[in-house]
Design a protein around this ligand. Structure first.
Ligand SMILES: NC(=O)c1ccc[n+]([C@@H]2O[C@H](COP(=O)([O-])OP(=O)(O)OC[C@H]3O[C@@H](n4cnc5c(N)ncnc54)[C@H](OP(=O)(O)O)[C@@H]3O)[C@@H](O)[C@H]2O)c1
Length: 293
């Protein structure tokens, strides 16, 4: 297959390119300098020049505070951008995969969310991404929406200034004796390599639709940090932050665990437990740091 990956130099996009290449597909990696999501003519030009069978759209404006500060820009990239991609895909007979988010939920369920649960995003980022999902589903004939959560990968996250949560914890643990991390926000940390593998698996199927696609299980950010330090033998003293110690500037769900119900029903789920994903990430990281002999 010929796959166009939007956001190809991003944290997720770079692993998506690598996974499809490993799978033997032809990959066209497109970055922000190749295409502006909010411009239909820019999207049409970049995609028509390559005529992919599948467009994987990992590109987004996803810095939550910046989305709140510039709501027009957030909607232009995340919603109108998705519409532009879906319209091109429909006209060209191509499939599209849109990366969604756990932030389409408000967290009040306090139990893993299913694809059939009602959405209720708390902030502009979540609302604009939900609009992107809806544009994708309403426009493209062949589409996947894959909602992911708390992602981390070996390439830096461009929107968040480079360091993912694992790298930030490891950096801070080298600089400080004690760290305080919030224990009242429950997520499922998900490695980008597993999301990329899931997209390859979906690309081979015609089971179009909306899927939850995160690692298995859940933890608080404090528990995630504890596992990172246990696995790396860090001696840093880790404490739970007091409620309200790090107030969020923009409302976020306190609980955003997704159940991969639809993927399991379709026998397509590739994800492992979040701890296993973390250990694989740390092993690959350690391997990359071994100096070549
Ligand atoms: N990070 C998380 O925890 C998380 C959780 C749930 C869902 N997601 C979703 O996961 C996806 C990938 O995130 P990531 O961490 O890989 O992000 P990333 O590293 O910040 O990469 C995002 C990419 O999108 C490009 N981009 C941004 N605005 C664009 C526009 N208007 N037109 C064209 N390209 C544009 C960026 O280019 P420039 O940097 O050059 O602008 C970059 O290449 C996003 O869809 C995000 O909503 C992330």
């Amino acid at each position: 297959m010929k796959i166009a990956v939007l956001g190809a130099n991003g944290q997720l996009g770079s692993d998506v390119c690598a996974a499809f290449l490993r799978n033997g597909d032809e990959v066209v990696g497109l970055t922000h300098s190749d295409l502006e999501l909010g411009s239909a003519s820019s999207v049409n030009e970049a995609l028509s020049a390559n005529l992919p069978d599948l467009v994987v759209n990992t590109a987004a404006m996803h810095h939550v505070e910046k989305c709140e500060a510039d709501q027009v820009a957030a909607f232009t990239a995340n919603a109108i951008g998705a519409k532009n991609v879906a319209e091109w895909a429909k006209a060209a007979g191509a499939a599209v995969a849109y990366i969604g988010t756990d932030y389409v939920f408000d967290g009040r369920k306090n139990a893993p969310y299913l694809e059939t649960d009602a959405t209720s995003p708390l902030n502009t980022y979540g609302i604009s991404k939900l609009a992107g999902e809806n544009y994708t589903a309403a426009t493209a004939s062949k589409y996947f929406v894959l909602r992911v959560s708390a992602i981390y990968g070996h390439q830096p996250c461009r929107a968040k200034g480079g360091l993912n949560f694992v790298e930030l914890m490891l950096k801070l643990s080298r600089e400080r004796d004690e760290l305080r991390v919030v224990d009242d926000e429950i997520v499922t940390p998900t490695p980008t390599t597993q999301i990329a593998a899931q997209l390859v698996a979906l690309s081979r199927s015609t089971a179009y639709g909306t899927y939850h696609g995160t690692a298995e299980g859940s933890c608080s950010w404090y528990e995630f940090a504890r596992e990172i330090f246990l696995a790396t033998g860090s001696k840093v003293r880790l404490e739970k932050a007091h409620p309200g110690e790090f107030p969020a500037k923009v409302p976020r769900p306190k609980y955003s665990v997704l159940e991969n119900h639809a993927l399991k029903e379709a026998q397509l789920n590739v994800y492992t437990d979040w701890r296993e994903g973390l250990h694989e990430y740390l092993a690959a990281r350690a391997q990359a740091q071994v100096p070549a002999s």
